[in-house]
Design a protein around this ligand. Structure first.
Ligand code: BG6
Length: 492
């Protein structure tokens, strides 16, 4: 295990939603679990004028609301004594020199040895500007301590802008010091996929087109866009969820066994899947990709997406996507992958279903009852676990068949409180472990696939809104499956 370095955690976007919901609660929980280095502080940068006390009060409220460990004043006092707020317009170069001096004064108090981990929790349009300004002001010099950068998703808004952004960032940081974060990779059960597949003799031999009928991945949310429409209007579900989280999820399910259990071998195996994704023509997009946007539910007092704060009255931004895709290689020949994700849906949950082909001896038709295909369901959240659905004999007389479940629930035990994705990822970045971060080529191939869809969509006007809150999305998403004589598994 790599050692955790002394570190200054320099957080751009210090007053933003991500900082309050995820990053500061993660720091607080890491502190409680004694996982932070002794020499550590957080310098939060925001554009708003506020005193340090005001800022810390906001963070305290956020921890009370979002932290997995409950709030304890004494512990928070210890953590918050290492948190600082600095007002800076990060788009303007003036100001960075003073900020650097300020950081140096904190570095000497906390003895962080010049190691700086910059976190860009800001809109993607600001990534390059911040990195450039840091560089111009000599704030990223490796000669005075290790400097790394964590970049939030989406990395760019299409392939072209991602290439440009990557060029800008790699002028300043080596790939070695760039952490492109995709918090799904920090989720406990996503990390478990490789173990489930490769450490169990019963799965890997049948993990291929001879035995698997199809794979379906669902990430369903009950919440709407909330106060993030400023960002979401430009992203939509395709770029917010599919390009990153869901394609990463898929690559773990579809990858070949990595040559070694090492960062680069695992990334090599994942990138091969993304490279093998079939890129759709416009016609194939219209046939295989469904987009949706939620309408209102007046009785439940739920606004339509178009009526949310900061959305356009005629917004064409999708809040739902369902698609069928092919991984064009030997292992997956003829096996469709279905993906769906959306906001304001009936349930909150993330899971993958691997459905096996019905390879029964023909005389099994003589049994009565419901013989059903075997399904392996990997549940990511809220329940973390694995469910295997298989056929058994119904107890009693006769030859009836009954599908039953074998259930492993990792977080059902009382007292089990699994580490949040951001905790694991922040820790890994402090250790310099890049296994759970995306490499540039993974980002590039994901954009190639996604660009074909957004380009085709741009040519057609969507008929929005087209689904009701608390539903499973637009009817067309069900048709995508029904026409293949399959169906979505809706128990999440
Ligand atoms: C974020 C997206 O990356 O992931 C959000 O920007 C989405 O729109 C969120 O709500 C979902 O993450 P989680 O961990 O709550 O499933």
């Amino acid at each position: 295990m790599n050692k955790i370095e002394a570190n200054a955690f320099v957080l751009f976007g210090g007053t933003g939603d991500l900082t309050k919901r995820k990053l500061i609660p993660a720091i607080y929980n890491l502190y409680i679990d004694n996982l932070l280095p002794e020499n550590f502080f957080v310098a939060s940068v925001g554009r708003r004028e506020k005193t340090e006390d005001e800022y810390k009060k906001e963070l305290e409220d956020a921890i009370k609301k979002y932290s997995r460990n409950s709030f304890e004043q004494k512990k928070w006092d210890k953590v918050s004594s290492r948190i600082y707020y600095y007002k800076l317009d990060f788009a303007v170069e003036d100001g960075y020199r003073d900020f650097d001096s300020y950081l140096k004064s904190l570095e000497s108090i906390h003895e962080t040895q010049g190691n700086r981990l910059f976190y860009l929790a800001v809109g993607p349009e600001h990534f390059a500007t911040i990195v450039e300004n840091l560089h111009k002001n000599s704030m990223t010099k490796q000669s005075t301590g290790k400097k790394s950068v964590i970049i939030e998703k989406p990395f760019g808004k299409d392939l072209e802008s991602a290439i440009r952004l990557n060029e800008e960032i790699t002028k300043v940081f080596d790939e070695e010091n760039i952490f492109r974060i995709d918090h799904y990779l920090g989720k406990e059960m996503l990390q478990n996929i490789m173990v489930i597949r490769f450490a169990n003799a019963v799965f890997e031999p049948i993990w291929n087109s001879s035995h698997i009928d199809h794979v379906q991945i669902t990430s369903s949310e009950q919440m709407g866009v909330g106060d993030r429409a400023g960002y979401y209007e430009k992203a939509g579900a395709l770029k917010d969820m599919v390009q990153n989280h869901l394609l990463q999820f898929l690559s773990l399910i579809a990858m070949e066994p990595p040559k070694k259990i090492s960062t680069e071998s695992i990334r090599d195996a994942k990138v091969k899947v993304l490279k093998d994704l079939q890129i759709y023509s416009n016609e194939q997009v219209y046939e295989n990709v469904v987009r949706g946007q939620y309408g209102a539910d007046n009785e439940a007092n739920i606004k339509a997406y178009r009526d949310e704060d900061r959305t356009d009255d005629n917004s064409e931004t999708e809040t739902f996507v369902a698609l069928k895709l092919n991984v064009d290689n030997k292992r997956w020949k003829g096996v469709p992958f279905y993906i769906r994700t959306g906001k304001r849906l009936k349930y909150k949950g993330v899971q993958a279903v691997i459905e096996f082909k019905p390879n029964y001896p023909s005389n099994y038709n003589e049994y009565s009852g419901n013989i059903e295909p075997n399904q392996l369901i990997i549940r990511i959240q809220p329940q973390e676990g694995v469910n295997f659905r298989f056929n058994a004999k119904k107890p009693g007389e006769g030859n009836d068949i009954l599908p039953v479940n074998m259930d492993f629930c990792q977080n059902c035990e009382i007292g089990y409180n699994s580490q949040e994705a951001y905790e694991r990822l922040l820790l890994d970045a402090m250790k310099g472990d890049k296994t759970l971060f995306t490499r540039w080529d993974e980002v590039m191939y994901s954009w190639k696939f996604v660009d074909a869809i957004s380009n085709a969509w741009r040519k057609e006007k969507p008929d929005f809104p087209n689904y009701n809150p608390h539903s499973f999305g637009p009817d067309a998403a069900n048709h995508l499956m029904e026409r293949d004589k399959r169906e979505w598994v809706n128990e999440l």
